[in-house]
Design a protein around this ligand. Structure first.
Ligand SMILES: [Zn+2]
Length: 208
């Protein structure tokens, strides 16, 4: 079965980690409790007991993260992220990260949580940045557009698919189409790509 590593609603019968708010958690078999950096208040306030409690019913925490271009000041976002990462570590939940132009800040904060399983979602950019994230033990999920970058495709062909997943996020097409397209670009049999990414997801969400 194909895996959609990050979406806001299911788009097919594929296994889908759906990022949603507290009230929606029970709707999905695999739900991730979201506190998007765009939606954070202007001032930091500790997480509510209800939010902390809700995490028990979720498979993961996120998307959470840092965005230099939107949301409150980066300091406020970092205060929230610190608290959220601590909560995830305490509950042994994997986290889904949204990160825009704040990779160094993110990696600096993750140093304090070496045991956390982390998925960097919606990666776009240079192979060097992808390599850096994987070296630091992060899983990385890619949308369809990421593979329009020939250098990134070349990098994945030579370095392999360890820690790599695919996602639909806000795009309407189902993950099966994204995987088909990726398999073609990576010159892999579609079934092999599906099996590899399924296994990566299993290790991320349900480690033995
Ligand atoms: Zn998203």
């Amino acid at each position: 079965m194909a895996t959609d590593f990050h979406a806001h609603r299911p788009k097919s019968a594929a296994r889908t980690l759906v990022s949603c708010v507290e009230e929606e958690l029970s709707r999905y078999p695999l739900a991730s409790l979201e506190l998007h950096p765009w939606k954070l208040p202007e001032r930091f306030e500790p997480l509510s007991p209800a939010f902390r409690e809700a995490l028990n019913d979720a498979a993961a925490l996120g998307e959470i993260g840092l965005d230099r271009l939107r949301g409150p000041t980066l300091t406020v976002q970092q205060n929230y992220l610190e608290e959220l990462l601590g909560l995830a570590a305490e509950r042994h939940k994997p986290v889904v990260i949204h990160c825009v132009r704040a990779t160094e800040e993110l990696l600096g904060m993750l140093k304090h949580f070496p045991e956390l399983r982390v998925l960097f979602h919606g990666f776009r950019g240079k192979p060097e940045r992808l390599a850096r994230l994987r070296e630091r033990g992060l899983r990385v999920s890619l949308g369809r557009a990421a593979l329009n970058d020939a250098a990134l495709v070349e990098h994945l062909r030579s370095s392999g698919l360890d820690g790599i997943g695919f996602e639909t996020d806000e795009a309407p097409e189902p993950i099966e189409i994204v995987l088909e397209n990726a398999a073609e670009k990576l010159r892999l049999p579609p079934a092999e790509l599906e099996a590899r990414t399924d296994e990566t997801f299993r290790e991320f969400c349900f480690p033995a």
